[in-house]
Design a protein around this ligand. Structure first.
Ligand code: GTP
Length: 365
């Protein structure tokens, strides 16, 4: 059933790789999930890089597809675990050669705070990787509802736009047409090279996602002279991660194993923490509590998501939000024997962790 990609002949033996990026909550997983569930006959290996230690996207993705999903957690793929990405790619290629794995392409979903530059570098810096993989393109999701603020305040968001070979504008349904046009105009100024396309809940034809061959090293060098200078990647162009690199007082610091702490700015204000419980939630209490919390802290709540055990259903409840906007879906059933543990991750700026954790505790049935 498997259809060989028609561009395979152009690059015999090289496995195309796509980097999927975009700020927190911009719709990366939504788009990827659509791509994985579409019947295109292609086998895709997915490398997921999750912020924080909980692999919630995995639960969302794996539940409905049977693709090969590899998790890179406990760090951000663009810095502290870049070596993990290299070894993961090398390992995937080796297992494919041995016939243990069967896939035609790789998608790397970065964290919403990743700088795509160093991720892309991996494909050029290492001979083994360069001889096996071909960086097809960097796709960047832009959240039409929140992009202006993100671009104003977050360097990562700007760099993600700058590096894109293709820009997808998500959530245009949440803003009026003039606002989308204005955003589009702004993006055009930032990256005139990347075509823009509006996507509604990740709905995009597969031909607009794969085999773009948009990655042009020269174009990358234009925006980033340090691009091929791996050791320097976080010096010269202000690799200004807002995320947390394992300094005191931080919980579940995503960059705990970062071995270049001196390269990073230490005024990191973005932190994450996890709520976990084996007791089910009372849905009404939870809704009231979260509704009240987002009224107050919404602007600081960059991203929150979880897989919840909720009274009244035998299915997992997939819950997520960005700032004041939140929503939930019913996922697959809990498997027999599976521990019904609710997990929620919050990523935000100066969030009142204790208030949130205690409040959630109070919503348990
Ligand atoms: N209204 C609207 N919501 C969308 C659209 N695309 C995605 N969403 C919602 O936005 C939220 C975030 O989507 P995800 O796909 O999880 O975003 P993400 O970029 O993977 O998030 P992180 O991995 O946490 O950075 C979810 O609730 C989606 O259902 C869209 O086009 N319109």
């Amino acid at each position: 059933m498997s259809t060989a990609p028609d561009t395979a002949a152009a690059a015999p033996g090289l496995i195309p790789a796509t980097i999927l990026t975009g700020f927190l909550g911009s719709g990366k997983t939504t788009l990827l999930k659509r791509v994985l569930t579409e019947t295109h006959g292609q086998k895709i290996a997915v490398i997921e890089n999750e912020f924080g230690e909980e692999n919630i996207d995995n639960d969302i993705l794996v539940s409905e597809t049977n693709e090969q999903i590899i998790q890179l957690s406990n760090g951000c793929v663009c810095c502290s675990i870049r070596e993990d990405l290299r070894t993961t790619l090398a390992d995937l290629a080796a297992r494919r050669r041995k016939g243990e794995l069967d896939f035609e392409r790789v998608v790397i979903e970065t964290t919403g705070l990743a700088d795509p530059g160093p991720v892309a570098q991996t494909f050029f810096m290492d001979d083994e990787i360069a001889e096996t993989f071909l960086l097809d393109s960097i796709l960047t999701l832009v959240d039409a509802k929140h992009a202006n603020e993100q671009l104003d305040t977050r360097q990562e968001a700007r760099r993600q736009v700058g590096f894109a070979d293709q820009l997808f504008l998500s959530k245009t349904d949440l803003v009026d047409a003039d606002a989308v046009d204005a955003l589009s105009h702004r993006l055009k100024h930032m990256n005139p090279r990347a075509p823009q396309q509006r996507v509604h809940f990740g709905e995009v034809p597969i031909k607009d996602v794969f085999d773009l061959r948009g990655f042009n090293l020269n174009a990358k060098l234009e925006i980033d002279p340090a691009f091929l200078n791996a050791d320097d990647h976080d010096h010269d162009h202000g690799h200004d991660h807002g995320h947390d690199h394992g300094h005191e007082g931080h919980d579940h610091a995503p960059g705990e194993h970062c071995d270049h702490p001196h390269h990073h700015h230490h005024d990191d204000d973005v932190k994450s923490f996890v709520f976990r419980s084996e007791r089910p939630f009372n849905p009404a209490k939870l809704e009231d509590f979260l509704g009240a919390i987002v009224q107050v802290y919404g602007p600081k709540m960059l991203r929150y998501k979880g897989v919840l055990n909720m009274n009244g259903t035998d299915k997992k409840v997939i819950f997520q939000g960005v700032h004041q906007l939140m929503g939930s879906d019913l996922g697959p059933k809990w498997m027999p024997g599976e521990k019904k543990v609710s997990k929620m991750v919050f990523i935000g700026i100066d969030l009142p962790k204790d208030i949130l954790l205690q409040g959630l505790e109070g919503c348990l049935a």
